[in-house]
Design a binder for this molecule. Structure first.
Ligand code: ARG
Length: 585
């Protein structure tokens, strides 16, 4: 179902062709929301310049050719040549009524692309830091949204499961025993294990020697060593999964595609790049030098793909990974939801793939770095514990739930404990996730429990509360909440009287284009802003327009229909963000 802006774009475009000649029939009519009407078409100004004509005259010609009698109640030329367009109430009402029967709520399925999304990617035997929290939450929201738009999403959890630290980690595992309490700490507090191994490595020459030999055995494929390596990876995976379940993200073991997955391909990638002259030996290391990547004094910065000792690194793995995603996963767009600090690294990897011809020259396959900004503490520095250690993610999430629980205990003492615990979980986790998503993904933000849990402002709990309030209207009226009752629960035609009804209906029609916009810009915060605006439009409507006590049955049913749609859009929108809407609050 086309939204207002698309419909108007189409109509004004037809008028451009008719008024100015067919060469203008696909010119952009520049339809924008307007202060003075619903929308305005700004095309006349730029086109007049091109035609060497007076812009108001051009606007007059466009309006003369414009056929919008069935959708607009007013068309007016204003200022130097803007065309103000006011949609007719009947058209808005009819389109909104049609939404009631649409399970997609106005979201149009797009031509399906194959989209691997690289997100979360924590490191084995290490704590996930808040940066990992954010890539996990943003990546998951993008995965859900792109799937809803009809794309084929392939989740790729590129966990750090290979490299030299495994030498000391395996030796430490052998020292303490794979079944020991220390080893099982990896399932709940991985840092403790890592730090113990590290301390021994730094203090004990003999241990450090064993660790180094272990790395060689691991790289040589020694079966015993690989067995212990697997044990470490499995214990860590248990921890990651605990975090994922608590966070309510969609990642499972099926989505694991860690660095080690690509080990067999590294030598081939190096050989290919060396043979094609893209990589060359410099100081014993195999390096790629790329145009446009120069450091101090204009010296080219190398991307090292094989160290002088023959070892491969992070960049080599990423090259093999990208090649795999292009060729084996047949990707159209490849998303890297990764910290902004890695942007130079990823740019060099992408440019190397382009130079190697893995990426087609017509840009039909697009690797995209969805940059993740830092999460800061109240001191403006990267969020850490007071003693400077990385914060245990579990502790952070549990604190959010606990704080939400305190509020629920105060506001809803009459509910039984299980129900309260469920609400606290949905609200606490929803608040953390929403706060992460509501800020543009590449900006930093300060982690602040009080602000993210606030019941007003652009927060998760505010939107969850809006849903709960609407559900209680339905319960009071004796209906099942619409998002649970299916699409045909309420199908009364929408009729628009009050200005706030009209504004709410228009906002509802914007859900489809907003989701499409998130799919193309990869910016979930736009959906947050939209949902916040919708909830506010509903509040104004609900203050002005009695629903259950409307004047007559037709008015009541129309208002119930608007209320039902609002609930469905809010619940669906939150679901795309990975935020649950509790039945009550
Ligand atoms: N494991 C890395 C880290 O913790 C992130 C990996 C991101 N993905 C990638 N393909 N490089 O920083």
């Amino acid at each position: 179902m086309p939204d207002p802006q698309s419909v108007l774009t189409h109509r004004v475009q037809a008028a451009l062709g008719a008024a100015l000649g067919t060469e203008y029939s696909d010119a952009d009519p520049v339809i924008r929301p307007s202060q003075f009407a619903d929308f305005q078409a700004n095309a006349a100004l730029a086109l007049a310049k091109k035609l060497g004509r007076n812009p108001r005259e051009v606007a007059t010609d466009i309006v003369a050719a414009l056929d919008v009698a069935d959708i607009c109640q007013e068309v007016e030329i204003s200022g130097p040549g803007f065309v103000n367009l006011t949609l007719s109430d009947d058209w808005i009402a009819a389109e909104t009524t049609r939404l009631l029967d649409d399970p997609g709520l106005g979201v149009l399925p797009q031509e399906a692309q194959r989209i691997p999304i690289d997100y979360s990617a924590p490191n084995v035997a290490k704590e996930m830091h808040v940066g990992h929290l954010r890539t996990t939450v943003v990546g998951d929201a993008l995965a859900r949204t792109l799937e809803f738009l009809g794309h084929h999403v392939i989740r790729q959890n590129h966990v750090g499961d290979w490299g030299t630290p495994f030498g000391m980690l395996i030796e430490h595992l052998l020292d303490v025993g794979a079944d020991s309490a220390q080893a099982h700490q990896l399932e709940s507090d991985p840092n403790a294990f890592y730090q113990a191994a590290r301390a021994k490595f730094d203090a004990d020459e003999d241990f450090a020697g064993r660790a180094r030999e272990r790395v060689v055995a691991m790289q040589g494929g020694d079966p015993d060593t690989l067995h212990y390596w697997r044990t470490l990876v499995d214990l860590s995976t248990t921890y990651f999964n605990k975090v994922y379940r608590k966070l309510d993200v969609t990642l499972t073991n099926e989505d694991l595609a860690g660095e080690s997955t690509y080990n067999d391909r590294l030598a081939g990638v190096c050989a290919e790049l060396e043979n094609s002259g893209i990589a060359e030996i410099s100081d014993g290391a195999l390096c790629v030098f790329l145009e446009g990547h120069t450091g101090r004094e204009g010296r080219p910065v190398p991307l090292i793909i094989r160290k002088s000792d023959g070892g491969y690194g992070y960049a080599t793995t990423d090259l093999a990974t990208l090649k795999y995603r292009i060729e084996q996963l047949a990707a159209d767009r490849i998303l890297y939801v990764v910290g902004a600090a890695q942007s130079l690294h990823l740019r060099m990897v992408f440019d190397t793939a382009r130079a190697a011809g893995w990426l087609p020259p017509d840009d039909s396959v697009e690797p995209i770095h969805v940059q993740i900004g830092n999460v800061l503490g109240s001191d403006g520095k990267i969020l850490r514990t007071r003693s400077g250690e990385p914060i245990r993610l579990m502790t952070l999430l549990d604190e959010a739930i606990e704080r939400a629980g305190k509020v629920v205990a105060e506001t809803r003492p009459e509910l039984d404990e299980d129900t309260r615990a469920e609400i606290a979980r949905d609200v606490g986790i929803g608040a953390v996730k929403y706060a992460d998503l509501a800020v543009s993904h590449d900006s930093e933000y300060v982690f602040d429990f009080d602000r993210m849990l606030a019941l007003n402002g652009n927060t998760g709990p505010y939107l969850q509360y809006a849903v709960a309030r609407i559900r209680s209207i339905f319960r009071k009226g004796g209906f099942t909440p619409p998002s649970q009752a299916g699409t045909d629960a309420i199908a009364a035609p929408v009729a628009l009287g009050a200005a706030s009804e009209r504004a709410l209906a228009l906002a509802l029609l914007e859900f489809g284009p907003t989701v499409a916009e998130v799919g193309s810009t990869l910016q979930p915060h736009r959906l947050c802003s939209y949902l916040f605006g919708l909830a506010q439009a509903f509040t104004t409507f609900y203050e002005e327009c009695p629903v259950l006590r409307a004047e007559d049955a037709a008015q009541r049913d129309s208002r119930l229909a608007l209320t039902a749609l609002t609930e469905r859009v809010l619940v669906q929108g939150l679901a795309l963000l990975g935020v649950r809407a509790p039945a009550q609050m």
